[in-house]
Structures are given as structure tokens and as C-alpha cells.
Design a protein around this ligand. Structure first.
Ligand code: C2E
Ligand code: MG
Ligand code: MG
Length: 746
């Protein structure tokens, strides 16, 4: 065996094995190549060593005459090229290569085998064992140099490539680490920013547990900041607020969509109520699955207070603090809605003080004001909360008298007002006594809306004034003819059922998501022949009064169920039919029985029938109504609350009764696009409905703008002239047919 030192011509310090060391070597710029020569003939070893060294500068060579020794050395050293003889006892090149290839990191090192040309089968064996190339023996020097140089250069490139890959990997690792650091930093900064925001921000999971709450959110509710994450929302917000929040969260989980903003109240840790404007949005993971709901709540208590003050100013007279004309008109609107369905008519009394100019001259301007204030207080005190006293301006007041059953009742009330004013003496100035002229207009005979009623009451007041004042006058029609008219109406109504003069008109209800007709409301009409078709506003109040409402309602129920079943039988799409109920029907306590009977007679399945009831029905006798409603829902019938929002106890009973649909009163829809108050009410009703899993329907939708607004607020269904006026059954059937034909084509 040749001494490595003598063969290589100098001490070659080869570091132990491994890519990393080699790479380190290359990185330092130390790219000297190492060639190992294995040949049992020392002369050959020397020749090949010399040849190898001449390949390029700085090549180091290690030569072995014993392949076993060579393998031992190779176990801890990594050459760049091996040149081996084929025949070298005790093993041939095939065996040598096979054993060499078993060493770690040996696979990329090229091995040239020197063999005689004819040894073809040996060559194959050597290739299989892992030889890279062959040189024919006797060796052609030029060929030796070329082959060796090529393989060395290949090896160098391989090493360079590995080094690049290694550098790249490190760079990637580094940039990944700095990205993570940057991300962590920005997350921390974001958390700090979120904590400094004066907005409550929290997130909850599907089970209603908090995933997060910012500082504003936690300090609002508690002084204990320690545990928020993972606790049930109720622990932080309190039971009621948490139940509300979880119900709304459920909706976000179901739809995957954000909810429109809504107002809600929270009680802070000191027990003080605050109003918040809240929004809810889904938190999604990479797979777009909703994993939580983010709630953002902005404290608008101060703004609400300001708004309430402004609203009060906008609705009240600054001198007397009585409601002004604007608020009166609003109340009349509500009264019209209630009266339209027969729950009591009302009257407007316009009160004008006689000779107020005289008082003003006598007491001076401020004295006159003082008197008006005293008079306002006197009227309001005397009349109590049931009636509304408003000041229209100057010495003119208006009084809304509710629950007026007859013209006589309104007349008697007007007389009381006249007397009350004549008897009034301002204690601070006894000279200031006066009288008043009162004009009366009764709904619906003297006008069907606020404007007409106020105008006609005003005309009546002038009549009273012209007749000398200190008295009251009705608009146009006198009391006797009023009574005659009522008696005639009663008689005609009584005959109408027998003469088959009642009709049902149907108005479509449309589901906003699908655009399809999903129901119809049955609306009563009275066909008076040449006088035309009367709407309920013109006669229902008499029917309520004289009790005829009961047989009429029964007819309506039976007719609506019969018609709905007939449509089903005719192959039209099955849908809900809604029937309006009268307060009187509940007072009898026989409604569930009647409904069950009518359903059995007509064959209509209960879940296609919806009964619409109003607050006046509900408020009459809560417990009795609750029992009836329970029985009705047990039958499978659905319950809708009509004209929702016009009463005062709406929110309470909706929770208590098995309601499946809320119908927002049309008075809110009418102005929702220009009056932000109405818009806020509509939004609140929709939120309330959704938080209780109740479908919300908007009534009286007449314009595209209203429709767009309702869509934005997330309303479920709509009904109104925009989609179809109430129409006779045959026209409604045509409408259904054309819709189902369209659906078939689609
Ligand atoms: P409601 O139940 O709130 O019915 C809706 C009323 O609004 C209907 O008036 C309908 O014609 C009207 N309406 C629908 N869409 C629009 C719209 O876009 N714009 C406007 N301005 N009005 C629209 P209708 O038919 O005169 O009925 C008035 C009320 O009479 C009903 O109010 C309901 O309370 C009562 N009513 C009707 N039919 C019956 C009945 O069979 N039994 C009882 N007890 N009451 C009935
Ligand atoms: Mg209705
Ligand atoms: Mg309604």
C-alpha cells in the first residue's frame, strides 16, 4: 500500500464525512478536489496519481493498493472522485464499489473503473454495483484526464447546487421566522389598538363561549379582568343580554352573513343602562367555515339622549310643552290603523279660545303666554292620559278623543270641553276668564286620515265661532242624520250575509329570498251593488258594535279555507292563507272549536291557515287569549301579529305567545325611506323577530325604494300594492297560475 502522504504529495487534511462539512468547505471558498486511487499495482497507483494531479491546480490525491484499507479510510472521508482498478485481490471493483456505496454520503461520488475492453459482463456487474464510468486498460492518458475532469466538474456543480439549496432553505427559514415575528408583533399591536378603542368588541363560538373580549368590553361589565376567554357569554353580559346575543349569533352561524346594525341595551357594572349600536359579523377559518361571531357595540347613549331631547322638541310646543301638530298627526295615524280594524273609532276636537286677543291686550304678551300655559295644564290635567291634548299654535288646541262609539258620545265630550274652559279661571289672574269654540270631526264619517279630519274639525270650529262661540259644532252632518246612517248601515249589514253580498279579496305575500308568492291575506269586502265595493273601514266598526262581526268572521274563515283548499285541488302551489280575527271572537272563547270545525269541513290542513290578531285582541284578556292561542297552535294553525309596532306592549307579549309571524304596520313602512325614526323602528322589529325565530313581514310596501330598504334590513316577506292589490279570487288564481307557469319554464 502506498503511504497516502507520499502519493498525495502533501498533508491533505480531510475533514470527516458529510454534506455539511463539504458544504462548509465550499462556502469558505475551499473547493480543492480530492481523488482516491485504488490499484493493487503500486506503479499504476503512482501513474494515476500523477495524472490526477495534473487535472487542475490544487488537486489532492490519496492512493491505496489495498481496497480493504481504502474502504476503511473512505468510511470517514469523502473524496470527489474514485478511480479503481478492476482486478485487485482480495476483491474486484464490483465488490469494492458495492461496499463503498453502502457507506453514508457515498451515492453522489463518481467512481471510474479501469478494465480491459473485453470484460463486458464485468462491466455490467460493476454498473449494477454503482460504477459511474469506465476507462480501458491500458489507460489512454488523454482519455483519463478528460473523463476525470468531466466527472470532477459534474461533482463540483452538484456540490454547488446542494449549497445553493441549503442557502435557500436557510434563507427561507430565516424569512419564515422573521415573518412570524412580524406577525406576532403586529398581532400584539393590533390587540393593543383594539384594547384602546372605545368600542366593545367580543367574539363568541357556537356554544356561546367567549373567544375574545377587548378591554372596553370587559371593563364595562366587570372589574375582574382575569378570565374572559372560554367563559360563557352570560357570565360577562348577564343572562338576558347573552341569550339575545346567542340567538343572533346563531343566525350568523346559519347564514354565514353579517347582520345589519341594531340597537340594544346593556347594563354596566354599576347598574346603569346604556344604549349600544351593535353589529355582528362571521369569523371564518381558511376553509371559509364560520368558527365564531364578532360583535362590535358602540355606546350611543349620549346620542340617544340628544336625539330624544330633539325629538321631544320637534314633537312638542315650546310654550306649553303639549304635543304639537306633528305628534298629533302621528297619533291620528295610529288611531286610524286601529279603527280600520274595528277596535274603536275616535274624534278630533279643535278648540279655539274666544276673544283671546282681549286677554292678550289686557294682560300683555307675557301675561297671555302665562294664561295659555295655565289653560294647557288645566286641559291636560282634567282630561288625563286617555285623551291627547295638543297645541296647534296661538290659542288653538286639539284633543284626540279615543274609543268613540257614537256621534252622541263625541258631542257630549265636546260639550264638556266647552264647559270646562268656560269655568276655568287662572288663579294667578282672575280677570282672564274666557270661553271656547269647539269643532268636532269623527272618524271615519268626517274624514279618513289626519289631514281630512283636522281640516274638517277646523271648519266645524269656525262654524261654532260664527255662531257666537262658547259652543261646539260637528262637521257638516248633524247628529240625527248620523244616527240614521248608523241604523241603516246596521240593517243593511244584517241583510248582507243572507244576500251573499260579502266577498273575499286576496293579497299576495312574497318571500324576499325566493321572490315567490308564499301566502295570501284574505280581506273582507262588501259588494253594495250600485254603491260599489266597500272596504272594512266603512262598515266593520258597526259590525263590531252590533255583534254582526261574529257571523261575518265565521263566514270569512270558512270561505278563505274553502277557497285555499279549492286552489290546492286545482293543482296550484300550496300556500298559507291568512285570516284576520276580531277582538270579539276571543271574548267568546269558542274560537279554537270553530277553527277546528271549519278545517274539518273544508279539508284544509291546519298549517296552511294563519290567523292574524292585533294587540287590541291580545291586551284584552291576556290569560284567556293565551289559552285560546295555545289550543289553536296545538291544532297546527299559525299565529301572526298584525299591525305590529302600533301598540304599547308589543315586545312583551310576542315572547309570551306562540307567534310565528310579525307584520310590521304599514304606517312605519310608508315613511321609512325618509323618516329615520320609522326606519329604526322597522329595523328593531326585524331584529326582534329574528332573535325570537319569528318571520317578519312588511305590510303596505308600495315603492321600490321601500323594498330595497327592507331587503337591506333583512326583512323576510313583503305584502303591498307593489306586488298586487287585494283582488277577487279568480284574479288571484290567474296570478298564481302565471307564477307557477313561470317557475316551470325556469
Ligand atoms: P290589515 O289586516 O292590516 O290589512 C291590510 C290592509 O292594508 C288592507 O286594507 C289592504 O288593502 C291594505 N294594503 C295592503 N297593501 C297596501 C299598500 O301597499 N298600501 C296601502 N295604502 N294599503 C295597503 P283593507 O282591505 O281596507 O282592510 C283594512 C283592515 O280591515 C285590515 O287591516 C284588517 O284589520 C281589517 N279586515 C279586513 N278583512 C277583515 C276580516 O275578514 N275580518 C276582520 N276582523 N278584519 C278584517
Ligand atoms: Mg291583516
Ligand atoms: Mg296590517
Amino acid at each position: 500500500m502506498i503511504d497516502a502522504q507520499s502519493a498525495s504529495g502533501g498533508p491533505v487534511q480531510h475533514v470527516p464525512l458529510g454534506w455539511f462539512i463539504l458544504l462548509a468547505r465550499m462556502k469558505r471558498g475551499c473547493v480543492m478536489s480530492l481523488i482516491v486511487i485504488v490499484d493493487d499495482r503500486i506503479s499504476n497507483c503512482n501513474i494515476f496519481a500523477q495524472l490526477a494531479r495534473s487535472i487542475e491546480q490544487g488537486i489532492s490525491v490519496r492512493a491505496f493498493s489495498d481496497p480493504t484499507k481504502a474502504l476503511e479510510w473512505l468510511a470517514t472521508n469523502t473524496p470527489d472522485l474514485i478511480i479503481t482498478d478492476y482486478k485487485m485481490p482480495p476483491m474486484d471493483a464490483t465488490e469494492f464499489i458495492r461496499r463503498f456505496r453502502l457507506l453514508p454520503q457515498s451515492s453522489d461520488i463518481p467512481v471510474i473503473v479501469i478494465t480491459v475492453f473485453e470484460e463486458r459482463s464485468f462491466r455490467l456487474q460493476a454498473l449494477e454495483a454503482g460504477a459511474t464510468d469506465f476507462l480501458n486498460s491500458p489507460v489512454d492518458h488523454h482519455e483519463f484526464l478528460t473523463r476525470a475532469r468531466n466527472l470532477l466538474s459534474l461533482r463540483k456543480h452538484q456540490l454547488l447546487l446542494a449549497m445553493r439549496a441549503d442557502t435557500l432553505e436557510r434563507e427561507l427559514e430565516h424569512s419564515e421566522r422573521s415573518r412570524e415575528r412580524a406577525l406576532r408583533d403586529s398581532r400584539e399591536r393590533l390587540a393593543q389598538v383594539i384594547d384602546t378603542l372605545p368600542v366593545m368588541i367580543s367574539a363568541a363560538d357556537r356554544e356561546g363561549r367567549l373567544l375574545f373580549a377587548n378591554a372596553c368590553g370587559t371593563t364595562f361589565f366587570t372589574t375582574d379582568q382575569s378570565r374572559v376567554v372560554g367563559v360563557a357569554a352570560a357570565e360577562l353580559f348577564g343572562e338576558e343580554a347573552a341569550a339575545r346575543s346567542t340567538a343572533l349569533d346563531r343566525r350568523v352561524f346559519e347564514t354565514g352573513k353579517a347582520l345589519p346594525s341594531y340597537e340594544e341595551e346593556f347594563v354596566d357594572r354599576d347598574g346603569e343602562r346604556h344604549v349600544f349600536l351593535s353589529t355582528k359579523a362571521p369569523l371564518k377559518d381558511y376553509a371559509n367555515v364560520v368558527t365564531g361571531v364578532l360583535t362590535t357595540s358602540f355606546d350611543i347613549t349620549a346620542r340617544k339622549r340628544d336625539e330624544a331631547r330633539l325629538r321631544h322638541l320637534a314633537h312638542h310646543d315650546p310654550l306649553t310643552d303639549l304635543p304639537n301638530r306633528h305628534l298629533l298627526a302621528e297619533r291620528i295615524r295610529t288611531a286610524v290603523t286601529k279603527a280600520r280594524r274595528g277596535s274603536g273609532n275616535f274624534a278630533i276636537h279643535i278648540v279655539d279660545l274666544d276673544r283671546f286677543k282681549f286677554i292678550n291686550d289686557l294682560l300683555g304678551h307675557s301675561g297671555g303666554d302665562r294664561f295659555l300655559k295655565a289653560m294647557a295644564k288645566h286641559l291636560a290635567d282634567q282630561l288625563g292620559n286617555a285623551e291627547m291634548v295638543a297645541r296647534l299654535g296661538g290659542d288653538e288646541f286639539a284633543i284626540l278623543q279615543s274609543d268613540v262609539r257614537s256621534g252622541e258620545e263625541a258631542g257630549a265630550f265636546a260639550k264638556t270641553i266647552v264647559e270646562m274652559i268656560a269655568a276655568f279661571v287662572d288663579p294667578s289672574d282672575p280677570r282672564s276668564a274666557t270661553t271656547a269654540s269647539v269643532g268636532v270631526a269623527v272618524y271615519p264619517a268626517d274624514g279618513e286620515d289626519a289631514e281630512a279630519l283636522l281640516k274638517n274639525a277646523d271648519l266645524a270650529m269656525y262654524k261654532a265661532k260664527n255662531e257666537g262661540g262658547n259652543l261646539c259644532c260637528f262637521f257638516a252632518v248633524d247628529l240625527q242624520s248620523r244616527a240614521r246612517h248608523a241604523a241603516q248601515l246596521d240593517r243593511d249589514l244584517r241583510d248582507a250575509l243572507g244576500k251573499d253580498e260579502f266577498r273575499l279579496y286576496y293579497q299576495p305575500q312574497i318571500d324576499l329570498a325566493s321572490g315567490r308568492i308564499v301566502g295570501a291575506e284574505a280581506l273582507l269586502r262588501w259588494d253594495r251593488g250600485p254603491e260599489g265595493i266597500l272596504t272594512p273601514g266603512a262598515f266593520l266598526y258597526r259590525a263590531e258594535e252590533n255583534g254582526l262581526i261574529l257571523p261575518i268572521s265565521e263566514w270569512v274563515l270558512r270561505e278563505a279555507c274553502r277557497e285555499a283548499k279549492a286552489w290546492q285541488r286545482a293543482g296550484l302551489p300550496s300556500m298559507r292563507i291568512a285570516v284576520n280575527l276580531s277582538p270579539l271572537q276571543f271574548r267568546r272563547r269558542t274560537l279554537p272549536l270553530l277553527v277546528a270545525r271549519v278545517l274539518a269541513e273544508t279539508g284544509l290542513e291546519a298549517d296552511y291557515l294563519e290567523l292574524e290578531l292585533t294587540e287590541s285582541i291580545v291586551m284584552h284578556d291576556l290569560d284567556a287569549v293565551a289559552d285560546d292561542l295555545k289550543e289553536l297552535t296545538e291544532l297546527g294553525v299559525r299565529i301572526a301579529v298584525d299591525d305590529f309596532g302600533t301598540g304599547y306592549s308589543s315586545f312583551g307579549y310576542v315572547k309570551r305567545f306562540p307567534v310565528s309571524r310579525l307584520k310590521i304596520d304599514q304606517s312605519f313602512i310608508r315613511h321609512m325611506t325618509e323618516d329615520t325614526n320609522d326606519e329604526a323602528i322597522v329595523r328593531a322589529i326585524i331584529m326582534l323577530g329574528h332573535s325570537l325565530n319569528i318571520v317578519v313581514v312588511a305590510e303596505g310596501v308600495e315603492t321600490e325604494a321601500q323594498l330595497a330598504c327592507l331587503r337591506t334590513e333583512g326583512c323576510d316577506e313583503v305584502q303591498g300594492y307593489l306586488f298586487g292589490r287585494p283582488m277577487p279570487a279568480p284574479r288571484f288564481v290567474d296570478l298564481l297560475r302565471s307564477e307557477s307557469d313561470l317557475a316551470k319554464i325556469a
